[in-house]
Design a protein around this ligand. Structure first.
Ligand SMILES: Nc1ncnc2c1ncn2[C@@H]1O[C@H](COP(=O)(O)OP(=O)(O)O)[C@@H](O)[C@H]1O
Ligand SMILES: [Mg+2]
Length: 227
């Protein structure tokens, strides 16, 4: 089945002085093998939606179906395992552990997922080479440029062969050239068994996706992507 990830009547409200309805009854099916971009004004709920999809936050109403299984948001342990086995997540910044080198950051993500040391070392070396960062592998995040940090973040997200890659404004702090390199690496990760979803403010990068999604007034709209 191609519909690997499904949002069913998904809503998210924040209860403050005034109730804020960020996501309103969203229904959507994400298909394996596709790359999705998510645009929308600041505050429209992009991060909220991506955090629910990554099982970090929970919806107020509705549910999520992942690989034919309805997610139980009460069951944190199962969801933490699901996330570490199946998701690669990249944020705008602060993706890396400051006290560890570039290579260690990638390596530790594999160790945390239960791989042994030998396998994790081999994998992280291979990935760091593929990111063209072998000569930076012993550097700490503070000694790397913003673009290099984000490429390492891709490596960290990639090491456990995730079924879903989520990137929340990953190029928000990069200049155009570095953002281009970042997206070129991200698009290389496209595969028939994987869903990639990224939020961006940049129309040029949004347009590269197979499917373009827009969050507006709490609704998710599909605008035409490449396919
Ligand atoms: N924990 C929270 N409590 C209350 N309001 C929140 C919380 N998180 C986000 N919001 C509000 O929800 C709206 C959507 O936020 P967000 O998902 O971060 O938007 P985006 O990523 O599109 O900029 C914003 O109005 C924000 O202030
Ligand atoms: Mg955001």
């Amino acid at each position: 089945m191609n519909n690997y990830l499904e949002l069913k009547n998904l809503s998210k409200n924040y209860l403050g002085q005034k109730k804020l309805c960020v996501l309103k009854n969203i229904n959507y099916k994400f298909k394996k093998g596709k790359i999705y971009s998510l645009v929308g004004p600041s505050g429209s709920g992009k991060s909220t939606l991506l955090n629910i999809i990554s099982l970090i936050d929970r919806p107020s109403n509705g549910y999520l179906i992942f690989d034919n299984t309805k997610i139980n948001f009460e069951d944190r342990n199962t969801n933490d395992k699901l996330r570490s086995n199946n998701f690669g997540i990249i944020y705008q910044e602060k993706n890396l552990l400051n006290d560890f080198t570039a290579e260690e950051n990638i390596f530790l993500a594999a160790i945390a997922n239960g791989k042994n040391e030998f396998e994790s070392t081999k994998l992280s070396e291979k990935i760091i080479k593929s990111l063209k960062l072998a000569n930076r592998s012993k550097h700490f995040p503070s000694q790397l440029s913003g673009g290099e940090n984000q490429r390492i973040a891709i490596g960290r997200a990639l090491i456990n062969s995730p079924k879903i890659i989520i990137a929340d404004e990953p190029s928000g702090n990069l200049d155009h050239q570095n953002a281009k390199e970042f997206f070129s690496l991200l698009f290389n990760l496209k595969s028939k068994d994987r869903i990639i979803i990224y939020a961006t403010h940049n129309r040029y990068f949004a347009n590269l996706a197979d499917c373009r999604l827009q969050l507006i007034n709490g609704k998710l709209k599909s605008t035409n992507g490449r396919r």
